[in-house]
Write a protein that binds this ligand. Sequence first.
Ligand SMILES: C[S@@+](CC[C@H](N)C(=O)[O-])C[C@H]1O[C@@H](n2cnc3c(N)ncnc32)[C@H](O)[C@@H]1O
Length: 205
Amino acid sequence: MSIYQEKVLPYLVDLVCSSKSASKQRKKVVPYAEGEVLEVGVGSGLNFPFYDVQKITKIWALEPSKGMQVLAKKAPRDPCLNIEFITLSSEELPFDEASIDTIVITYVLCTIPDVRIALQQMFKVLKPGGKLLFSEHGRAPDANIKFLQNLVNPFWRRVAGGCNLNRHIPNLLKEAGFILQKDERMYLPGFRFFSYNYWGTAVKS
Ligand SMILES: C[S@@+](CC[C@H](N)C(=O)[O-])C[C@H]1O[C@@H](n2cnc3c(N)ncnc32)[C@H](O)[C@@H]1O
């Protein structure tokens, strides 16, 4: 990894992801996590304050970037949360099949290079009946915004740590075998090409 990726990008990502509107979204999904939880791409640990400690036995905090982990390890959280960091990518999840109760993903599917493989892995390690809680930005419904997203994406991806603007989150989840139990969508405040948000609950039946 370059110095930019390890030393500069984590602070930029933390800044962008700490917005008020993103925090509101986190609050809508993260408190529903229960049991043994896998959070994929924890970044700077911005979800940690939203976990309901009474419902959690353990959080596996998967994050490939050591630079992001430095910030996540200092993030505010309830001291009773049992968090263990794993320095791996989601395309290679080191868990037994059907062993995880809840998967949490926020603003991470945009960045995972092989997102289809990663979602297949998540589907595999989730227990039948388990939940995947998500809040993600992605492809906008309006033709002009979609056009702009596709136009800007190659440049954006290079400066924003591999983030893609135009992924259709519910379709990716369904392709991987998940059933969408709650599927909400709307523009958050801010630039429209970046702010179309999908959130909800996907289950493995
Ligand atoms: C935009 S940040 C979001 C961080 C955090 N989930 C949040 O909501 O603030 C995307 C994160 O995905 C991580 N990431 C990139 N590639 C990944 C992969 N293949 N598997 C898992 N995480 C990845 C990045 O290192 C980064 O921390």
